[in-house]
Design a protein around this ligand. Structure first.
Ligand SMILES: C[S@@+](CC[C@H](N)C(=O)[O-])C[C@H]1O[C@@H](n2cnc3c(N)ncnc32)[C@H](O)[C@@H]1O
Length: 397
């Protein structure tokens, strides 16, 4: 038998794979959804929980890319021990009938297992050897839409075999057919909103909204619309799937949802005609057209807000992917002016991938949180916009 780890008192041990820089709030989210023993790791967090908790995380969590359920641990110091350990890790007769397709993802390494593709091939071979012995036939491999998705992590002479409950990455919520220019990943946008501490009651504006990701994730959070309620999960065909429990967790998530009227004003500006249309399409696909308004136009022409408090979130172009530097400097300078003049009393959170440009805002950041946006080293900067001392500092960030 595969050596099972000390059993968790909660029943299930798992790992949530998170975007870099979001480990801490990722842990907070797991805890808020009932996970226990939550521990931050690099770009991940480990947790324990019962089956209801695992289902709830799939339905309600917004930050993870993936949720992995640990099934077995075994010694792995090379190909032979991997082959044997995989075959013994689970009751495959129950879990992987040849009529089911599967995929293997691998992280980590061991002697002779230095390439994840090669290691995945060894895992696959171990399983189809076993299937041929049991049934005389084997599963097919499906990288895009498998029936079972296995994850093997090899580290320090040990392998952890887990099941991936979703197969596809959880950041793909399904509302975004259209993706503007340089879009944020949905889970990253959700994490950024969560870092602002916005409680979903004050107005929220994005002056450079692109395809609307920050607006949509903010609105979904304010109204407790959960990303997993409208998707199919691989865990629904696991051998130990508990249909009644799954239904009751779905019901529990549904009853938390708030009607559109409960949302504050959530608006975005986008100057590019096509991208503004894409944003509107995404908002409709997310079912939030009664909650979010996307104005097509330059934020510099927008009227000042009526409310004296609120949150501005902004992911302006910053040069690596979009725009030339003289134009961008002007854009940031004018963004700073518009915000100081029109949004006194509001909080500003701005995603910066370029320190020089953020200096052109001529605002002093209160907080700088390092985050990685698709591999780019960025800062999520918090400013308090105070109309009375507009030029409180000329310091560059
Ligand atoms: C980095 S993208 C925003 C991406 C967005 N967060 C998303 O996830 O799709 C910046 C956007 O700002 C828009 N933009 C640039 N200058 C603007 C302006 N003066 N007024 C309104 N939108 C502007 C660009 O067209 C671009 O779509």
């Amino acid at each position: 038998m595969g050596k099972k780890q000390r059993p968790s008192p909660q029943g299930i041990r798992g790992v949530a794979v998170l975007p870099q820089g979001f480990e801490e709030i990722g842990c907070q989210e797991l805890q808020a959804l009932g996970a226990k023993q939550v521990t931050p790791l690099r770009r991940a967090a480990s947790f324990e929980g019962d089956m209801a908790c695992l289902y709830r995380l799939h339905l309600q969590s917004r930050l993870p890319f993936r949720l992995l359920r640990e099934m077995a641990r075994f010694r792995c110091d090379g190909r032979d021990s991997l082959h044997k350990g995989v075959q013994q890790a689970l009751d495959w007769e129950r879990w992987l009938h040849p009529s089911m397709s599967f995929r293997v993802d691998v992280t980590g390494n061991a002697p002779g297992l230095n390439h994840s593709h090669f290691t995945a091939l060894q895992v696959k071979n171990a399983l189809i050897d076993l299937q041929r012995a049991l049934w005389g036939r084997r599963s097919s491999i499906d990288l895009d839409d498998p029936d079972l998705c296995l994850h093997v992590h090899v580290h320090r002479g040990e392998a952890v075999l887990s099941l991936d409950g979703s197969g596809g990455s959880l950041h793909r919520r399904g509302y975004r057919a259209a993706v503007g220019a340089a879009p944020l990943k949905e889970n990253l946008a959700a994490g950024l909103i969560r870092l602002t501490g916005w409680d979903g009651t004050s107005p929220l504006t994005d002056p450079c909204c692109g395809s609307g990701t920050l607006l949509i994730e903010a609105a979904a959070m304010a109204l407790q619309r959960f990303p997993g309620l409208h998707r199919n999960f691989l865990l629904e065909s696991w051998a130990d799937f508990e249909g009644k429990l799954w239904d009751s967790e779905q019901q529990r998530a549904r009853t938390r949802q708030q009607p559109a009227q409960a949302a504050p004003q959530i608006i975005g500006y986008e100057q590019d005609h096509n991208i503004a249309q894409q944003a509107r399409d995404n908002v409709s696909a997310a079912g939030l057209e009664d909650v979010i308004t996307v104005f097509e136009g330059d934020f510099r022409d927008a009227p000042p807000p009526e409310q004296h408090r609120g949150v501005v979130v902004c992911n302006p172009p910053y040069g690596v992917r979009l725009g030339n530097s003289a134009e961008l400097e002007k854009l940031y300078r004018e963004l700073g002016e518009v915000l100081k003049n029109n949004y006194g009393g509001w909080d500003l959170w701005l995603l910066s991938g370029n320190r020089e440009l953020t200096g052109s805002l001529r605002l002093k950041a209160k907080r700088r949180i390092p985050v990685s946006n698709g591999g780019l080293d960025c800062r999520w900067l918090h400013y308090e916009l105070n109309r009375r001392s507009p030029d409180s500092s000329l310091r560059k960030d």
